[in-house]
Design a protein around this ligand. Structure first.
Ligand code: ZN
Length: 159
């Protein structure tokens, strides 16, 4: 069982990960993004990414297209932010919040690949209908600092 993160508008290969790597991948990005998100659209992206939670979507949920994370958000700004989250997530101190020891090389490779896909997504141009997230409430997990989706914290849910 595996998940594939692909960008519909790109012919390049996607990012194929097994279920356990996907879970670690989402966890570290949510830990990292919990520290970096400042504006509402950045918090919204982190909530959407946290929503790729195997505990609600089912193990082997087949993946997602990063463009979907940016619905109503400028894809250039969204990609720039998430690439920063990736960069920060590749640094080892970020993994201290995890209750397990990830395979560092596999994790770094996956994050690097995702960052490349994001750079492709960031090239999308055209008419973008921006959404206003200022009336949304965003809550962080008191344990992990990750932004929570409607069913709680992705890291708590899977640990
Ligand atoms: Zn948590």
């Amino acid at each position: 069982m595996s998940n594939n993160i692909t960008f519909r508008k790109s012919a390049g290969p996607g990012l194929l990960m097994n279920n356990s790597l996907t879970a670690v991948f989402i966890d570290v990005l949510c830990l990292s993004g919990g520290k970096l998100a400042e504006s509402d659209f950045q918090k919204e992206i982190m909530v959407r990414l946290a929503g790729m939670d195997a505990s609600i979507r089912g193990s082997g949920f087949t993946g997602f297209d990063p463009e979907d994370l940016f619905n109503g958000i400028d894809p250039q700004e969204g990609s720039r932010f998430l690439q920063l989250v990736c960069e920060n997530a590749s640094a080892e101190p970020e993994w201290k919040g995890l209750s397990y020891n990830p395979d560092r090389k596999m994790l770094r490779d996956a994050i690097g690949r995702f960052s490349f896909i994001l750079s492709e997504v960031g090239k999308i141009s055209g008419n973008i209908v921006l959404m206003d997230f200022s009336k949304n409430s965003y809550f962080q997990c008191p344990v992990h600092g990750a932004y929570m989706h409607e069913s709680g914290c992705v890291i708590c849910n899977n640990s």
